[in-house]
Design a protein around this ligand. Structure first.
Ligand SMILES: Cc1cc2nc3c(=O)[nH]c(=O)nc-3n(C[C@H](O)[C@H](O)[C@H](O)COP(=O)(O)O)c2cc1C
Length: 295
């Protein structure tokens, strides 16, 4: 199940039964019609500018013999006062079908289980790296699109000429160098981890640390808006480093735009040394290299 954007709505008055069994919920009136199957979902919830873990229930509450379709959100480990507020939610995983429980006690027990499931699904350590499949390409292009938009907003002319495009991502896939990272089932980051010699690195205004030895390069590193601030880019670099180590490759190269300060800081923090300037497809880039130490 993929909902790519947040669903927005307003919290309206509910019946207030939820708090009785320890699961207060916000009844949400979506701004636009939503087509979600009935059931319980692990969901991201945003209010007051922050994102939280939550559970969404879509259903008619048959246990209470009610019939009206409602969208209810329980925020995990918090009891915010949300009545009247704007809220946004993004269900990421369906946990259970709707049921008519024999008692409210049984419903409450089920909710305890759902909460554990939702929490673990939404916890950052549940990230996986995949080689992209063809049906991932839309998600990957979306992540790259978000990175391009952020660069544009910062006035950078990096990635403003259409690159990296779908062709580049398909090519990565063909060469088994595309890596697509998901976190909590959500598209989170993309990078090409390349072991071929990079023609743009043949000439450098400066000096590489290594000389003629094989190296790994990370290209097209992009993180989804949603997962900024979680050190995902570092996770990707660490992953590339582990891959290189496994292949016996000792050198790691990367380049970025002079004005891309977040990336330059990240690269520096990761132990890279600035080696000089290289000319790539659409301009000059700061070129970095580091040695990969044994783990
Ligand atoms: C994650 C989640 C799953 C739920 N699943 C069911 C269900 O399967 N069947 C049901 O009758 N009610 C279910 N409930 C809804 C409860 O009946 C509901 O939260 C309760 O009636 C409180 O509603 P109120 O605060 O509007 O009074 C679920 C609630 C949550 C938060």
């Amino acid at each position: 199940m993929y909902i790519t954007d947040y669903i927005t709505g307003t919290v309206i008055q509910g019946l207030g039964n939820g708090h009785k069994f320890g699961f207060p919920t916000a009844n949400v009136q979506p701004d636009t019609p939503v087509t979600l199957e009935k059931g319980a979902y692990a969901t991201w919830v945003k209010y007051d500018g922050k994102r939280h873990k939550g559970m969404l229930y879509v259903g008619t509450r048959p246990t209470l013999n009610l019939h009206e379709l409602t969208y209810e959100i329980h925020v995990i480990d918090a009891s915010p006062r949300l009545y009247g507020k704007k809220i946004a939610f993004k269900p990421v995983y369906k946990i259970a079908e709707e049921k008519k429980f024999k008692s409210q006690k049984e419903l409450a027990n089920a909710l305890d289980d759902y909460k554990l499931t939702a929490k673990s699904l939404l916890t950052p350590s549940h990230s996986h790296v995949l080689n992209p499949r063809l049906d991932d390409i839309n998600d990957i292009m979306k992540i790259i699109g978000q990175a391009k938009r952020r660069m544009k907003e910062r006035g950078l002319d990096q990635w403003q000429d259409g690159y990296p495009n779908e062709e580049a991502v398909r090519n990565d896939k063909r060469k088994h160098q595309g890596h697509y990272f998901r976190k909590c089932m959500e598209p989170a980051a993309y990078a090409a981890i390349v072991f071929d010699k990079d023609p743009y690195y043949e000439k450098i205004d400066g000096k590489w640390l290594s000389d003629g030895e094989p190296y790994v390069v990370v290209h097209r590193l992009a993180v989804a808006d949603e997962f900024l601030g979680l050190d995902l880019a570092k996770h990707v670099l660490r992953f590339a480093e582990r891959k290189a180590r496994a292949k016996g490759v000792r050198w790691f190269r990367i380049d970025t735009h002079h004005d891309n300060l977040p990336m330059r800081n990240l690269i520096r923090d990761f132990g890279f040394t600035l080696c000089g300037v290289v000319q790539v497809r659409d301009g000059k880039r700061m070129a970095y290299e580091k040695i990969i130490h044994n783990a």
